[in-house]
Design a protein around this ligand. Structure first.
Ligand SMILES: C[S@@+](CC[C@H](N)C(=O)[O-])C[C@H]1O[C@@H](n2cnc3c(N)ncnc32)[C@H](O)[C@@H]1O
Length: 344
């Protein structure tokens, strides 16, 4: 497996940015330092002291969280992965022929299982392909690298263990790139995340670049609520596991026995909301951040949102960031959309 920053003559990272990255695993790079401007570097307590209290969703993906998310993707109730996978398997040929890129950069790639349809097609149509998954979860990147090495040995794998922003900033602008943001991960963004994310991404994209955006659509409330409160309790485990991660990062004393999982659809904001609710009055201490607060019985901490989209409205919104629709793919029930966009 290649260890250089240039893979098969395809330059993934810009010359200027290469000094910020170092190899942490075969074919996987990490950033040397968090940059001061990166709002993600702020202490966990910042959002826990907000009213209402909340947690940045990337904390969900420690090793256990990443594994639990993979199991959720297989649940009968969690239609998102299955539906997007079906669309990708049917439309990969067209998506790749419409977006003549040398490199596929996947933001929040996880184990990149669905992306295999695109990568296989990329190799078939172009004969060479670089894949640069960007993810905060090292265990997912390792899983993705090992599986792809077996399935597609001709693929140049260039994992970037980092936050979206760090990956986007570092990609070489002159390499024709297909950015993929799948799994409706966009739905985890609130309005302010969205307003930060799209200008950055649009700025990083050149006229030869494309964006493939997978988004979950508005549908019956029962279908949505079932998808985030499965009968096996895996989603509850996934959401509450964030507190184990926060305890490690911030020296916290969150006790999973003293909280319960709650999820519901907020029809005004068109989003699923996943929270932990305190089952008693309890004092929470985050020793590494020198913070103490009272978490009252019945009070929720919002751990994740999953927004649901009207694709036409979203396309209109994306035009504002200079992103124009190239093609729109959906499933027969119109539950999920894959939007292919270019810089217009
Ligand atoms: C909802 S999962 C989607 C995984 C995969 N793309 C899919 O469609 O199944 C979100 C993924 O994004 C990663 N992630 C979450 N927040 C991130 C961030 N701020 N920067 C980079 N990766 C992030 C997680 O580790 C996880 O693998």
């Amino acid at each position: 497996m290649r260890e250089e920053q240039v893979t098969n003559g395809i330059q993934v990272l810009s010359e200027e940015e290469q000094k910020h990255w170092h190899l942490i695993e075969a074919s996987i790079w990490g950033t040397n330092s968090r940059r001061a401007s990166d709002h993600f570097s702020s202490p966990v307590s910042d959002t826990l002291l907000d009213q209402p209290r909340w947690i940045q969703p990337h904390f969900l993906y420690d090793e256990k969280g990443s594994r639990l998310f993979e199991q959720i993707c297989l649940l009968p109730e969690y239609y998102l992965t299955r539906t997007e996978d079906e669309i990708l398997s049917q439309e990969a040929e067209q998506i790749i022929s419409l977006s003549p890129a040398q490199c596929i950069v996947e933001l929040g790639a996880g184990f990149s299982k669905k992306t295999t349809h695109l990568l296989r097609e990329q190799l078939r149509q172009r004969e060479e392909a670089a894949f640069a998954p960007v993810d905060v979860s090292l265990s997912s990147l390792i899983g993705s690298r090992d599986a792809l090495q077996r399935q597609l040995p001709d693929l140049s794998f260039h994992g970037l263990c980092a936050r979206y922003e760090e990956g986007i900033r570092s990609i070489e602008k002159t390499t024709p790139t297909l950015f993929a943001f799948l799994g409706s991960s966009l739905g985890n963004f609130d309005d302010s995340d969205l307003k930060r994310f799209f200008p950055l991404l649009s700025d990083a994209m050149g006229s030869d670049d494309f964006l493939l955006l997978g988004v979950d659509r508005i549908k019956e409330v029962e279908v949505l609520e079932r998808a985030y409160d499965d009968s096996q309790g895996l989603t509850a485990q996934f959401i509450l596991n964030v507190f184990e991660h926060v305890n490690r990062v911030a020296g916290g004393n969150f006790d999973l026995e003293k909280m319960s999982y709650a999820s519901s659809y907020n029809s005004e904001l068109r989003q699923m909301e996943m929270s932990a609710v305190s089952t008693c009055d309890q004092e929470i201490r985050l020793t590494k951040e020198d913070v103490t607060f009272l978490w009252r019985k019945g009070e929720g901490i919002l751990v994740e949102i999953s927004r649901k989209f009207d694709p036409d409205q979203l396309l209109q919104q994306l035009r504002f960031y200079g992103l124009e629709s190239v093609a729109h793919f959906s499933d027969p029930r119109e539950w999920f959309s894959l939007l292919l966009l270019s810089k217009g």
